[in-house]
Design a protein around this ligand. Structure first.
Ligand code: 5GP
Length: 218
């Protein structure tokens, strides 16, 4: 029997290319669908409502929280983000892996609500690269950099809670590693090794053989 298509949760420190990974996974492969989150942050240039996020006012977001509309939600850097339950349900009904690009607080809630979700932590290729991406090009406010570093520290400390850690050195390799993890786990489980059942069958077989042998020799 095939297991149901498990949700895939990607978490990474800032600047690791997690959003690109999530979109490529979905774009290149059938059976992977992107979970479009809701957020109260304004759209960035190039972002489309309903495609990258559902952009909501704080009031609209809070109303949906009250109505239990989210499978998980969290406040990230003073903005609210959440995964609509409908995103998980739609993917499950179609047998698709839903890919969640969410933060650590959300990943913990999904872990509790959906035990078979695959939690994957994505690391950048090296510590130097990680630090360069976290600290930016010196054009940002020191307070923003400090906040990003603090978030990264929290996330890195949570790595033991994850099922897998992958390194995003080469995008294509990282994608195939993630697919390997997800699809390997999806393969049908091997039949239970039932030692008692095996023993019984061996005894039955041998008894049959021996009785046939004894009849032959009589
Ligand atoms: P950004 O504003 O840069 O798109 O995302 C900021 C952070 O919020 C990222 O870590 C992103 O993964 C996270 N995020 C995006 N959508 C959700 C969501 O639905 N739930 C949670 N908990 N975090 C989210």
């Amino acid at each position: 029997m095939t297991k149901r298509a498990a949700p895939v949760v990607l978490v990474a420190t800032s600047g690791t290319g997690k959003t690109t990974l999530a979109h490529r996974l979905v774009h290149d492969h059938e059976r992977y669908v992107f979970s479009v989150s809701a957020t109260t942050r304004p759209p960035r240039s190039g972002e489309e409502d309903g495609v990258d996020y559902h952009f909501l006012t704080r009031q609209a977001f809070e109303d949906r929280v009250a109505r239990g509309w989210f499978a998980e939600w969290a406040s990230v850097h003073d903005r609210m983000y959440g995964t609509p339950r409908s995103e998980l349900a739609a993917a499950a009904s179609r047998g698709e892996h839903v890919v969640l690009d969410i933060d650590i607080q959300g990943a913990r809630q999904i872990r509790a609500a959906v035990p078979d979700a695959k939690l994957i932590f994505v690391l950048p290729p090296s510590v130097d690269i990680m630090m360069a991406r976290l600290t930016g090009r010196g054009t940002e406010e020191p307070a923003d950099i400090a906040r990003r570093l603090e978030t990264a520290l929290d996330e890195l400390q949570a790595i033991p809670e994850f099922d897998y850690v992958v390194v995003n050195d080469d995008l294509d390799e990282c994608l195939s590693e993630i697919r390997g993890i997800v699809e390997r786990e999806e393969a049908p489980a091997p039949p239970e090794q039932d030692a008692d059942g095996m023993r019984r069958r061996i005894v039955e077989l041998l008894e049959g053989e021996y009785s046939a042998y004894r009849q032959d020799s009589e």
